[in-house]
Design a protein around this ligand. Structure first.
Ligand SMILES: [Zn+2]
Length: 81
């Protein structure tokens, strides 16, 4: 399990819809250069309305992982790899 730095990852913060975004370790699907990519076990924030947010440090890491996965022609990558 990845070490979550509490400074980078507060337990929750307010969502723009007024609900609370809570930290969960979950799969995160996104698109990179037109290809559907899945990041496994990523720390993502979810609110009860289904909105998803990622912390700034998560975005940076995901971007790096996507770049690597794309180069390897993979569509799934583990956040904690
Ligand atoms: Zn929301």
């Amino acid at each position: 399990m990845i070490k979550i730095n509490k400074l980078d990852y507060p337990d929750y913060y307010p969502c723009s819809c007024g609900m609370k975004l809570e930290l969960k370790i979950n799969d995160y699907t996104t698109y990179y250069k037109g290809k559907r990519m899945k990041i496994l076990d990523a720390p993502v924030y979810e609110c009860p309305s289904g909105h998803i947010q990622t912390a700034r440090v998560t975005k940076v890491r995901i971007k790096k992982l996507l770049k690597e996965a794309h180069k390897m022609n993979e569509s799934e990558i583990n956040y904690q790899s």
